[in-house]
Design a protein around this ligand. Sequence first.
Ligand code: MG
Length: 252
Amino acid sequence: MVRIKTRREIELIQESCRIVADVLRLVAAKIKPGVTTIELDRLAEEYIRSLGAIPAFKGYGSNKSNLFPATICASIDDVVVHGIPSKRALREGELLSVDVGVKKDGYFGDGAATFAVGKISEEKQRLMDATKESLMQGIEAAVVGNKIHDISHAVQEYVEERGYSVVRDLVGHGVGLELHEEPAVPNFGKPGTGMKLQEGMTLAIEPMVNAGTWQVRFAADGWTVLTQDGKPSAHFEHSIAIIDGKPEILTK
Ligand code: MG
């Protein structure tokens, strides 16, 4: 069931989304060669808790014996998403995707961004830029009068025109009263199909873009998702609300 939010609910979701955006800025400022992702995770968790909010990813999962152990997902290079922070230090030239979810006063926000570690190759820079822009293209399509797959198609078209591919196994989602709600927001699809976009919908739009094949594989830890061909991947995500028929970015 898709949950349509009131203005008041959207304001509360926006509170969590602002914290998400702050965390991404805070973490981004610390990213450099030599820093470990567990240090970034600690920083994120301390900041979130200092505001009386809760890291929404920590303890998340359907398998009770393998819940997600951290505040952020830290996904390096060919890790697409859901990388677990570790003591492994970042290296010059890597891409680091950081995903974070926050719950405050019962409402959820979700956002992600990919960052360069030191100086990166032009190839990685282009992948990162294309992924970020594909998110903006998707958001622009999130208007009343359109359907869910108009968002999906806008992302897919932008990405594939540049020779990259969109991940199929993982998708964006409704967000707000839960971390993951209906509807699914794929990054591929046929325009003019899917559910009608409505006033008061809150969606997490999140293109995961691979430099090579769209296929992914799942690591033995039950979380880490990697590209099948070992080529790099980037990920950007905003939570948005449809207000007055138009998309408003909440994780700004
Ligand atoms: Mg998400």
